[in-house]
Design a protein around this ligand. Structure first.
Ligand SMILES: [Zn+2]
Length: 118
């Protein structure tokens, strides 16, 4: 005879569903993002949230994505250069000085002509 002991231990309705009430059990997932400088950041997202394709690196501000081997290229606007720096990249220092001298000359000429220069 089996008796009433067969259903002992079967606690229907008392499963893990009740644990969501504790708050910290909200499902999250961590996603690794990599920037062009090799930084890794792992923001946490709600499990049901849509994972963004890119994430700003909190350390250097460059865009990062989830592909460690192919991080997004730094945007041009992230690198602040003066016009002269760009000129120097393309030309020798001597040429740059020449160009600068020309620019100053034309600036002085415009100023001498009464033009307002900001
Ligand atoms: Zn970075």
């Amino acid at each position: 005879m089996i008796g009433g002991s067969a259903i002992r231990g079967s606690r229907i309705g008392a499963g893990p569903i009740g644990e969501a009430d504790r708050g910290d059990a909200a499902p999250r997932r961590y996603v690794s993002y990599f920037c062009a400088n090799g930084h890794e950041t792992r923001p946490a997202f709600a499990a049901e949230a849509e994972i963004p394709a890119e994430w700003d690196c909190p350390r250097c501000g460059l865009p990062a994505n989830t592909d460690e081997l192919n991080p997004p290229a730094p945007p041009r606007t992230a690198v602040y250069k003066t016009h002269l720096a760009y000129v120097k990249e393309r030309r020798s220092d001597a040429e740059a000085r020449e160009i600068l001298a020309e620019a100053l000359q034309s600036l002085r000429a415009r100023r001498a002509a009464g033009e307002v220069i900001y």
